[in-house]
Design a protein around this ligand. Structure first.
Ligand code: 48F
Length: 254
């Protein structure tokens, strides 16, 4: 006999075990788009305890929709090895590699979670913890509460990654609430520029950095913070940025 209340208890028990276990992590990534998922995979594979928080029900960020809802993504030669690491199928078209965006999101997600990264969907990062002038964790809350005045909970992290895309939400909050200077030319958020795929794809890897002690930017958030252009539906830079942030953090933590 299937018992409805036993099913309920299993869900609550198992989720609470995860939540408790992930109150202290090596790396807390905000945003389960392509850069966050790629970072999570390489970090988890190297043995790091990694949690990704995404406020949406479905993860994948801006990758699902390909370009203008044509659900294909384009990747350049430099990043092809990452498609291979994730066993993503692709077709060569001239100098580009083209993959199905739904297949790509699911492959990134499958490999990241199979390597041990834990995704908490429907949970947003609304702030960071700062101790001794260093970001030391995240302040999280259910995204579905909307504007209800409900206090959040907190998670310690040795490093935080802002992979929230164009909005660079975590860094924005960090700057708004604290009298700090970022590791950018002006010390402020420079703001995203209009599209130039060639420059943007190089910049997104270059801009993947520790922006303030304890917090890195990756993916489109890195270009938004450093004042670089957007690139549209070419995704090699997102994958390379995710890999770079993982490698930088692994180097520091090992
Ligand atoms: O936007 P998104 O896909 O970020 P990305 O990894 O990739 C950018 C590309 O998709 C595309 C592009 C490249 O060609 O320009 O836009 O840089 O994913 C960002 C994720 O962060 C979540 C959001 O729901 C999305 O899934 N997110 C944003 N703010 C928060 C958040 C927040 N405060 N808390 C939790 N999740």
């Amino acid at each position: 006999m299937l018992d409805e209340v036993e099913i309920t208890k299993k869900i609550v028990e198992s989720y609470m075990q995860d939540l408790l276990s992930y109150t202290s992590v090596d790396v807390a990534i905000v945003g389960a788009g392509p850069s966050g998922l790629t970072a999570a995979y390489y970090l988890a594979k190297s043995g790091m305890k990694v949690a990704i928080f995404d406020r949406k029900l479905s993860i994948g960020g801006g990758m699902w929709g390909g370009g203008m809802m044509f659900n294909k993504i384009v990747v350049q030669e430099d990043a092809r090895h990452i498609l291979d690491d994730f066993s993503i199928n692709y077709e060569r078209m001239g100098e580009y590699y083209v993959a199905d965006s739904v297949h790509s999101v699911t492959a990134l997600t499958y490999h990241a979670t199979r390597a041990g990264a834990k995704i908490f969907n429907l949970i947003g990062a609304e702030d960071v913890i700062i101790k001794n002038n260093r970001v030391s964790g995240l302040v999280i809350n259910w995204s579905v509460i909307g504007d209800l005045p409900i206090d959040p909970l907190s998670v310690y992290a040795r490093y935080v990654v802002d992979a929230t895309g164009h909005e660079s939400e975590v860094v924005k909050t960090l700057v708004r609430k604290n009298n700090i200077k970022l590791n950018t030319p002006s010390g402020e958020i420079e703001g995203e520029h209009s599209m130039d795929a060639e420059i943007a794809e190089r910049a997104v890897v270059e801009n993947t950095k520790e922006i303030y002690p304890g917090i890195f930017v990756a993916g489109m958030a890195a270009n938004a913070v450093f004042g670089s252009p957007r690139m549209g539906p070419i995704f090699g830079g997102m994958l390379l940025s995710g890999k770079k942030v993982a490698e930088e953090i692994i180097r520091r933590l090992q």
